[in-house]
Design a protein around this ligand. Structure first.
Ligand SMILES: Nc1ncnc2c1ncn2[C@@H]1O[C@H](COP(=O)(O)OP(=O)(O)OP(=O)(O)O)[C@@H](O)[C@H]1O
Ligand SMILES: [Mg+2]
Length: 317
């Protein structure tokens, strides 16, 4: 894959807001294999970043680097104002982590697992009790984990990650195995934590689920940053068209010289960046008020940007 697709728009790297996570030119090698190659991004307090990318793109490695579990070969990592390893040592209460393959000691009960982590993090028993209830595990709390289903273990893992109401929350594929209700509940919890100033990083392959909850997405490909931006910014960087559909196809639109060139297959097909200009034109010039705007979804944008990167790497080889 070639260099990152440039996203125009707000330069998040230079905002004055409080940065909870800041990675600069981070590279990682596992022996001779380059798993991460010069990745930079940051996450403000109270923001959610979704980490997207193909299997093996480097998402879990990035999360482990943020946590201070592995050291980058090159580059710097700053978490809550400290380098990642110092932060791991002194701020572990402020960090919440759900690994992608979370597993706990099978002979413990769900209640005992959460009590154990609560004791480590100085969290009250009352919080353990209420999280068990909120995550719908009350009925099974005194059963050993070996009797839990996959989704029940995942619910427990997520409850463990948010136990201490962390300032930085790292969730590696948290919705895998969760039923739709539990996934919605989890995103609701994440929103609460965000409002309290928590910075959240979620690695996920469930793009349609994540789309309405993320502030920005970082798309990784082969260890490199392919694109970074809000859904709107990523939409502007992709080649997919936004379409405007009319319930009653107005002759005024069809006969408008300016709009004609965008008219195709019964729709107006425009670039994402032309949306507000086009809406204004429809309303003020054509007096058309009844229309529906259909924008590419995150999943389509993802495939488009990956395809662009693949094509340009083939051209360069
Ligand atoms: N301990 C390790 N030793 C050697 N290579 C590793 C190790 N851990 C990961 N890798 C390699 O680093 C690359 C990135 O792995 P990583 O687990 O970060 O990917 P990922 O984006 O999380 O993928 P997935 O979507 O499958 O979870 C992969 O090619 C993987 O094989
Ligand atoms: Mg992974």
């Amino acid at each position: 894959m070639n260099a990152a697709i440039q996203i125009h728009g707000v330069n998040h790297e230079n905002t004055m807001s409080e940065l909870a996570i800041q990675l600069t030119e981070v590279s990682l090698k596992y022996n001779d294999f380059t798993a991460l190659d010069g990745v930079s991004f940051d996450v403000e307090a109270g923001q959610t970043l979704a980490l997207l990318g193909h299997n093996g793109a480097g998402k879990s490695s990035l999360i482990k680097i943020i946590l201070g579990l592995i050291l980058p070969t090159r580059g710097s990592v700053n978490i809550l104002g400290q380098n990642a390893q110092a932060s791991q040592a002194s701020n572990s209460v402020c960090l919440g982590y759900l690994p992608e393959d979370a597993s706990f000691y099978d002979k413990l009960t769900g209640y005992e697992v959460l009590r154990y982590f609560a004791a480590l993090k100085g969290v009250s028993q009352q919080r353990v009790v209420s999280l068990i209830e909120e995550f719908g595990l009350e009925y099974a709390q005194h059963r050993q984990l070996k009797t839990y289903s996959k989704g029940m273990k995942q619910r427990l893992g997520v409850a463990q990650a948010i136990l201490s109401e962390p300032k930085v929350l790292l969730l590696d594929e948290p919705t895998v195995g969760l039923d739709p209700q539990a996934s919605q509940f989890l995103y609701g919890k994440i929103n609460q934590l965000k409002q309290a100033g928590c910075a959240v990083v979620i690695s996920t392959h469930e793009l349609s689920l994540a789309e309405s909850h993320l502030d920005r997405a970082l798309i990784m490909a082969k260890g490199k940053r392919l694109a970074l931006g809000s859904c709107a910014e990523l939409r502007s960087a992709c080649t997919l068209k936004t379409s405007i559909d009319f319930s009653e196809l107005s002759e005024r639109v069809k006969s408008n010289a300016y709009l004609q060139k965008f008219y195709q297959d019964g729709l107006l097909q425009i670039a994402a960046s032309q949306k507000s200009e086009m809406v204004q034109h429809l309303v003020t010039q054509c007096q058309v008020f009844d229309f529906e705007i259909k924008e590419p979804r995150l999943e389509d944008i993802y495939h488009d940007l990956m395809g662009q990167a693949l094509r340009s790497s083939v051209e360069q080889s």
